[in-house]
Design a protein around this ligand. Structure first.
Ligand code: NAP
Length: 248
């Protein structure tokens, strides 16, 4: 498996699952464009760490993926600076968990705008490039709660179910152009996003997971890298759970 001379755009890649994805793809030779809304300093540090470890070209682009125009400017800049994009991983995401009764309208809108519209924005602006090149891989990061629902996550689960809809529809649109579009649905993965859960919630998760442990960002990155590889060239519109069996 090699991504030598190919460019991967990974959103939300300054830390967590996105950073692990960027590292995995770089370890296989890909040049990496990190798109994240973190501070300039944090983004540059993440990009430099990957370049130093794997000897590939990397760059950081500060962008809020929920901003339609900023996303277009960022995609255009990356195509210009890297000479194209072969892999797009839509990973950026946020949570604002509350029961519906307590959920503010802004909690709903913010999560939908980043997790769902952000995926639309990045696909919309890379689409003409992919269609013209007639080659590419898009992987969207959904969640098992997009499949199962979850109390306290109406906004998040709706966004992640929507990501599966975008994945399947875009897969149908781009299949004849040699571009595959798939999704991964992680379960409980140990990152900053889940670190804020209390000890009892963690224990409950670990009890419920058939494999009896949370996943690592690398567990998710390995599956994404497979979906981006030539080995997965006949796989499109698929959703792969990476959850130790939790949503089985
Ligand atoms: P994380 O550690 O919180 O990292 C999320 C990344 O997304 C951060 O780098 C964050 O940037 C970036 N981001 C947030 N809003 C953004 C925006 N508007 N524009 C650009 N970048 C933005 O989360 P994670 O656990 O790695 O999650 C990564 C993805 O996996 C998310 O889509 C999440 O929903 C999904 N997922 C995670 C789990 C899990 O158990 N961890 C399970 C299922 C699905 P900042 O540094 O600026 O915040």
């Amino acid at each position: 498996m090699s991504f030598k001379d190919k460019t991967a755009l990974v959103t939300g890649a300054s830390r967590g699952i996105g950073f692990a994805v960027a590292k995995k793809l770089a370890s296989l030779g890909a040049n990496i464009a990190i798109v994240d809304y973190c501070s300039e300093e944090a983004g540059v540090v993440s990009a430099a760490a990957i370049a130093e470890e794997f000897g590939v070209k990397t760059a950081f682009f500060r962008c809020d993926v929920s901003d339609f125009n900023a996303s277009k400017e960022t995609v255009d800049k990356i195509i210009d600076e890297f000479g194209g994009i072969y892999i797009l991983v839509n990973n950026a995401g946020i949570v604002k968990d509350k029961l519906v009764l307590k959920m503010a309208e802004s909690d709903f809108d913010d999560v939908i705008n980043v997790n769902l519209k952000g995926v639309f924005n990045m696909i919309k602006h890379t689409y003409p490039h992919f269609a013209k090149k007639r080659a590419g891989r898009i992987v969207n990061v959904s969640s098992i709660v997009g499949l199962t629902g979850n109390a306290g996550q109406v906004n998040y689960s709706a966004s992640k179910a929507g990501v599966i809809g975008i994945t399947k529809s875009t897969a149908k649109e781009l299949a004849s152009r040699g571009v595959t579009v798939n999704a991964v649905a992680p379960g409980y993965i140990v990152t900053d996003m889940t670190k804020s859960l209390g000890d009892s919630a963690k224990e409950q998760f670990e009890k419920a997971i058939p494999m009896k442990k949370g996943g690592t960002p690398e567990d998710v990155a390995n599956v994404i890298s497979f979906l981006c590889s030539d080995d997965a060239s006949y796989v499109t519109g698929e959703v792969i759970r990476v959850d130790g069996g939790l949503a089985m």
